[in-house]
Design a protein around this ligand. Structure first.
Ligand SMILES: NC(=O)c1ccc[n+]([C@@H]2O[C@H](COP(=O)([O-])OP(=O)(O)OC[C@H]3O[C@@H](n4cnc5c(N)ncnc54)[C@H](O)[C@@H]3O)[C@@H](O)[C@H]2O)c1
Ligand SMILES: [Zn+2]
Length: 369
């Protein structure tokens, strides 16, 4: 079904109004990119388009058409697809390609792809010539509902994921939901875990919408996908505008991620996509909420059923329990003897707890077995 509505979500960085920007969501997103490029707001220099090897053959030409129509020269840098590209030497390669093409301080970086492309291209933009503007054209659910909004950019180090990076807000985000039509189903499902997360932490109506429309969303019905993408952008925009540097509220977005990261570590980053580990993490966090008496068993079951409806894992019978617990204790969120978690307190509501005894976290994890 064709998508026919366009929406603009404003990201209002209140104390720093000059850095506010819009997220354009709709079938005319690339036309809006073209209008931006031709406007006085856009940098005057060379455009550096960063994309990956899967996305380039699908969508680079459509973007390049808009760049050329705006009268701009462009250099294209295509990364190998996948998380392995998110490393520091690739940032050097990107900057090298920009320099060879003659990009200077008046340049503009355009990130076309998933979260990997957005994170590395945004980071390259933050350091190239000590910082040039960039815009995002996110092409995965993860990128459209999560990584393209909020200004966190960076790469991985062999000693830790996302350990080298910078805050660099984009000048705009341009989301064409139709680009999701080519996304592998497993990537779509994994991305929906972050949307379910947004429902649990901030929006009971969004959660109910997901429960009712899982089949349409999984079938990539663009009308059905619009609601979760728009609402997620609104939720993430509100959270990051209130707390750009993760002093408090932004930590809510880590719901399901303390368990999730430990699960990713214990599984060697091979078995689960990030969103799949987050789904397991949310199931464990729901059980933790139940053990703490903050939510009832029906809440935990409802969350599990929603994850399952999106084809996400809700149990991991072979989980190495001790390794997973050990990974959690090493997580930066742990403090003096107790563990720090975001715990549900009802649908659309979470609380921060820093006083969770490891035995309780273990009991929550055991429910995944
Ligand atoms: N900056 C942030 O705030 C933030 C938030 C969440 C995640 N992230 C980062 O995002 C990354 C994960 O992002 P991701 O899940 O988008 O992964 P990804 O960028 O690797 O994309 C997943 C796969 O889908 C392919 N692909 C992308 N768009 C496609 C399309 N439209 N059609 C067909 N194939 C397509 C890619 O080539 C890749 O193979 C991680 O590195 C994570 O750390 C960052
Ligand atoms: Zn996540």
């Amino acid at each position: 079904m064709a998508e026919c509505v366009s929406t603009t979500v404003h990201v209002p960085f209140m104390p720093l109004g000059a850095r506010s920007y819009d997220i354009h969501i709709g079938p005319d997103a690339l036309d809006r990119l073209g209008a931006y490029l031709a406007s006085d707001h856009a940098p005057k220099g060379l455009v550096g388009l960063v994309t990956d090897a899967h996305v380039a053959p699908l969508y680079a030409d459509a973007v390049l058409d808009r760049v050329r129509a705006a009268g701009k020269a462009c250099v294209v840098h295509t990364l190998p697809a996948g998380e392995e590209s998110k490393r520091l030497d690739r940032v050097g390669e990107i900057c090298g390609a920009f320099l060879e093409a003659g990009m200077d301080r008046a340049g503009l970086v355009v990130a076309l792809g998933g979260g990997v492309t957005g994170d590395i291209a945004g980071f390259a933009a933050s350091v190239f010539m000590r910082g040039v503007p960039f815009v995002q054209i996110p092409t995965t659910i993860v990128a459209q509902v999560d990584s393209s909004v909020g200004g966190k950019t960076g790469v991985n180090h062999p000693l830790g994921k996302n350990t080298i990076g910078a805050f660099h807000q984009p000048d705009g985000v341009f989301i064409d939901l139709a680009m999701l039509s080519t996304l592998p189903d497993r990537e779509l499902r994994a991305g929906m875990a972050e949307v379910i997360k947004h429902g649990v932490i901030a929006d009971a109506d969004l959660f109910a919408y997901l429960e009712e429309n899982a089949a349409r969303i999984l079938a990539k019905d663009l009308d059905a996908l619009r609601v979760p993408v728009v609402r997620s952008c609104e939720i993430k925009a509100a959270v990051v505008a209130a707390d750009e540097r993760e002093q408090g509220l932004r930590a809510n977005l880590n719901y399901g991620h303390t368990f999730g990261h430990a699960i990713e570590t214990a599984s060697g980053y091979a078995r689960f996509l990030h969103g799949e580990a987050v789904a397991l993490g949310m199931c464990a966090a729901g059980e933790l909420g139940r053990l703490l008496g903050l939510v009832d068993a029906a809440f935990a079951e409802r969350q599990r059923a929603c994850c399952a409806a999106f084809g996400l894992p809700v149990r991991w019978p072979e989980m190495p329990l001790e390794e997973t617990l050990a990974a959690m204790k090493h997580d930066k969120k742990a403090r003096a003897g107790t563990l720090k978690f975001i715990v549900p307190a009802g649908m659309g509501m979470v609380v921060h707890r820093t006083d969770i005894p490891p035995e309780l976290a273990r009991a929550a994890l055991e429910t995944l077995l």
